[in-house]
Design a protein around this ligand. Structure first.
Ligand SMILES: NC(=O)c1ccc[n+]([C@@H]2O[C@H](COP(=O)([O-])OP(=O)(O)OC[C@H]3O[C@@H](n4cnc5c(N)ncnc54)[C@H](O)[C@@H]3O)[C@@H](O)[C@H]2O)c1
Ligand SMILES: O=c1ccn([C@@H]2O[C@H](COP(=O)(O)OP(=O)(O)O[C@H]3OC[C@@H](O)[C@H](O)[C@H]3O)[C@@H](O)[C@H]2O)c(=O)[nH]1
Length: 390
């Protein structure tokens, strides 16, 4: 088979391995499972509490890879089967987390437990059993940029040293404790430090991934369709939901924060390189993002509106966006990262990876998916009387 003939970056043939993937049923996990099934011979022990986003890979049994993927419905908070799965795997990838900002200030305890306490046994089992670990952290560990503390018109704000985020140089700058937004970033930072310390003191083979706003199909949920009506997903799903319902997109505090967005399929290429090149990936922390796709949230809203008009054929609203305060949208304790540009030196040097897809192209394919998947269901839901007693 062609897949058997694949080689790593140093020209060595790639040996098929078994991967214990925790959080495999989520957005990133579903794309990673898809890639591993379609393009490699690796086996996946997929651990999650949900399987909806990977059910197309699990059934029908006639999939050519049906003997290479197994789903284990396990809540890692309390399930003794986890250690057994880590023991039989060669590599563990931990994706499990609460990672939607609306939860950070409203459910800070769940956020801290999920991102720190629940990850502890995973790190411990890997370390004790000499198993390699790829742990998913976040770009939020950088918090705010140094430049954000300078006066608005200060020249140094234009100097990349004051805003580009480098794994081995940049500090991690969070807001005060009462701004509970940072509960997630702080928990992720502490688990990074723990993984790093296990590497330094006990020889754990690890790689830490810091995703910078990966977006694409299957991200989060559309409120009232495949998630709670009152739920607040990440910005891609919030804006998709607004567009599908023909309502204005809500710009939190005017949408002035900046983000760089990377297409999920580009980012998954980077993860596959880490999986298959342990000698180049072990001991490293990698930014994975697309520095060329920077926009303000307001610009993102405008671009999504334009793309959605094109892919759905439906005209956009005369007033396509409205401003809302962060207190109104997220509640007390919200705060924000001002700007996120990943430095790509380390991932480039170690893995030769570069993102390819422009923001326009990735929005076009993603919004085509959103329209195809949800437009009918939204129409039906909106046609229903709100509180029918019969
Ligand atoms: N998508 C991004 O741009 C992004 C950015 C930064 C960091 N990350 C990190 O990447 C990882 C995956 O993110 P995602 O976007 O796929 O999120 P996601 O919410 O879609 O996936 C997380 C998955 O983990 C599962 N999970 C959570 N707690 C669990 C538990 N106790 N037991 C079993 N399964 C559990 C969830 O059910 C979910 O399917 C997270 O650690 C997140 O912090 C993602
Ligand atoms: O409807 C909305 C939703 C969000 N926003 C804004 O859009 C920006 C991006 O919001 P997202 O929900 O995508 O989340 P953030 O980029 O702030 O954080 C994310 O970063 C990386 C990961 O660790 C997590 O997935 C998440 O914390 C924020 O400034 C937010 O305030 C809106 O203006 N309107």
């Amino acid at each position: 088979m062609a897949a058997n003939a694949r080689s790593d970056l140093d020209g060595n043939p790639i040996k098929a391995i078994t991967i214990c993937m925790i959080g495999a049923g989520g957005f990133i996990g579903s794309h990673l499972c898809e890639k591993l099934m379609a393009e490699t011979q690796h086996k996946v022990l997929a651990v999650d509490v949900y399987s909806d986003k990977i059910k197309h890979l699990l059934e029908p049994e006639t999939n050519p890879w049906s003997d290479r993927i197994q789903f284990h419905r396990i809540n890692i908070k309390h399930d003794s089967r986890l250690e057994g799965l880590i023991k039989i795997a060669d590599l563990t990838i931990n994706l499990a987390a609460i990672c939607t900002p609306a939860d950070y200030n409203t459910r800070p305890l769940d956020t801290i437990y999920s991102n720190f306490i629940d990850a502890l046994p995973v790190v411990k089992y890997c370390s004790e059993n000499n198993k390699r670990l790829i742990h998913f952290s976040t770009c939020e560990v950088y918090g705010k940029t140094i430049g954000s503390f300078l006066p608005k018109d200060h020249d140094l704000r234009q100097d990349p040293a004051f805003y580009v985020l480098k794994e081995d140089v940049s500090p991690c700058i969070f807001g005060p404790i009462e701004k509970q937004r940072w509960s997630y970033a702080c928990a992720k930072q502490l688990i990074e430090r723990l993984v790093y310390a296990e590497g330094a003191e006990n020889g754990l083979e690890f790689t830490i991934v810091r995703p910078f706003n990966w977006i694409g199909p299957r991200m989060d949920f559309i409120p009232g369709i495949d998630g709670p009506s009152e739920g607040v997903p990440r910005v891609l799903a919030c804006f998709s939901n607004n567009l599908l319902r023909g309502e204005p997109l809500k710009l939190v505090d005017g949408g002035q924060s900046q983000r760089t967005f990377v297409y999920i399929k580009d980012a998954i290429e980077a993860v596959l390189l880490m999986i298959e090149n342990p000698a180049r990936a072990n001991g490293h922390i990698f930014n994975v993002g697309n520095p060329n796709n920077e926009v303000t949230v307001k610009q993102l809203a405008e671009m999504m509106t334009e793309v959605y008009e094109k892919v759905s054929g439906e005209p956009s609203l005369e007033v396509p966006t409205i401003d809302v305060s962060s207190k109104e949208f997220y509640g007390e304790g919200y705060d924000d990262s001002d700007k996120r540009i990943p430095d790509m030196t380390i991932i480039n040097r170690q893995l030769g990876w570069n993102p390819k897809t422009s923001l326009w192209d990735l929005l076009e394919s993603t919004l085509t998916y959103q329209h195809r998947t949800y437009a009918e269901a939204i129409k039906k839901a909106m046609a229903k009387p709100v509180a029918s007693s019969s």
